[in-house]
Design a protein around this ligand. Structure first.
Ligand code: ZN
Length: 139
């Protein structure tokens, strides 16, 4: 299960190794390593990897703020990565909604989960021009 972590969970002056980090946030084995890829900085000269508490807090606060950031007109939001993404292979599917609006979905190039975006009637043509629309029948 994915969840947001409170940005003040770690004690700033503490050092957390991987095991302590996992148990602090109650996350699975690879999650702290994924966080490094997403911008969490480990303590440089420490082996095995460890994090300072204030860095953990900084990282989670920043993640939270990223969730609020607005998408570019052609971007999608990946629920898994919790970040704006462009759809894999530039392919989208559009599910028509009320009054010309559409729910547009694609595949996240990183986690292969679904990315989506709800687009109003004025916005849909920009997506149809930029991306290849997969027909549902082709599957
Ligand atoms: Zn993703």
């Amino acid at each position: 299960m994915r969840r947001r972590h409170h940005p003040n969970k770690a004690k700033s002056n503490w050092v957390y190794d991987l095991k302590a980090t996992r148990s602090l946030y109650d996350v699975s084995r690879n999650t702290p390593l994924n966080w490094i890829k997403q911008g969490l900085h480990p303590i440089d000269d420490q082996k095995p990897v460890a994090f300072r508490g204030d860095e953990l807090n900084r990282f989670h606060l920043q993640r939270r703020q990223n969730l609020r950031c607005r998408l570019e007109p052609h971007e999608f939001f990946c629920v898994g990565c919790k970040r704006p993404k462009l759809p894999l292979d530039g392919e989208i599917e559009a599910i028509p909604s009320r009054k010309g609006a559409a729910r547009i979905t694609g595949v996240c190039p990183d986690c292969r989960g679904a990315v989506f975006r709800f687009v109003g009637p004025q916005g849909t043509s920009a997506f149809f021009e930029k991306y290849a629309v997969k027909s549902r029948d082709e599957k």
